[in-house]
Write a protein that binds this ligand. Structure first.
Ligand SMILES: C[S@@+](CC[C@H](N)C(=O)[O-])C[C@H]1O[C@@H](n2cnc3c(N)ncnc32)[C@H](O)[C@@H]1O
Length: 211
């Protein structure tokens, strides 16, 4: 599915978020607390926008994804970053190899969320951050009303062009809410787990530390 939509992915992100996704990625990259001299892994990197944001902070970044179609676009966007094909559920890196690990709009797609979180925790060195940027369902009106109109009525219309955009709202509904996700991160072995909500409660950025 991701190979198929790779060509329109960046455009759709900008249209669906009115360009705001860059701001959310910048916030997530700040929360990774990594800079010059640090090696950072961006898991399920897709076309690489979060990896690019991390590289702007001076970190040495590895972007990994299992979709070659997505990675091909990432390579064209930022040839200086290392892009590697890898499964987030079985990362090909040793324990503690990175100063931080991030995932942007990818955890929702993991077929086994707990395993994906445990893998991110495993490859981060003690004290390093794991950051999860995701769409979440706002709990209170008016955003909850806007969210259900946008996600249940407008985005599925895009599904006429590609079923991936019918899958998108469903995957958000299935994904744990902010408190539950924090619990899952703690169960994956992360400590000091916190989160911020932004964009009126539509975007959650969770972060925790490898013990
Ligand atoms: C919605 S895109 C997000 C891309 C990018 N991180 C961003 O912020 O826009 C989800 C990405 O997760 C990748 N993905 C999903 N499950 C994966 C897994 N198990 N291993 C590696 N990549 C995975 C897909 O290939 C896709 O590129």
């Amino acid at each position: 599915m991701f190979d198929r939509i790779a060509g329109v992915y960046d455009l759709m992100n900008s249209v669906m978020t009115a360009g705001l996704h860059h701001r959310w990625r910048a916030r997530a990259a700040d929360l990774a607390a990594a800079g010059p001299g640090d090696r950072v892994l961006d898991v399920a990197t897709g076309t690489g926008d979060l990896a690019v944001e991390l590289a702007r902070r001076g970190a040495e970044v590895v972007g990994s994804d299992f979709s070659e179609g997505m990675l091909e676009l990432a390579r064209r966007k930022a040839p200086a970053i290392r892009w590697e094909q890898a499964n987030a559920l079985a990362l090909p890196y040793p324990d503690g190899d990175f100063a931080a690990a991030t995932v942007g709009f990818g955890a929702r797609n993991f077929s086994d969320l707990d395993r994906g979180l445990a893998e991110m925790r495993r490859v981060v060195r003690p004290g390093g951050r794991v950051v999860v940027l995701e769409i979440t369902q706002p709990q209170r009106p008016p955003l909850s009303t806007f969210f259900s109109v946008w996600f249940d009525r407008i985005v599925p219309l895009l599904g006429r062009f590609d079923e991936a955009y019918t899958y998108l709202p469903n995957s958000v509904k299935r994904f744990p809410g902010p408190r539950d996700l924090a619990g899952r991160m703690a169960s994956a072995g992360l400590t000091d787990v916190r989160w911020i909500l932004t964009a009126g409660g539509i975007i959650a950025i969770h972060h925790g530390r490898a013990p």
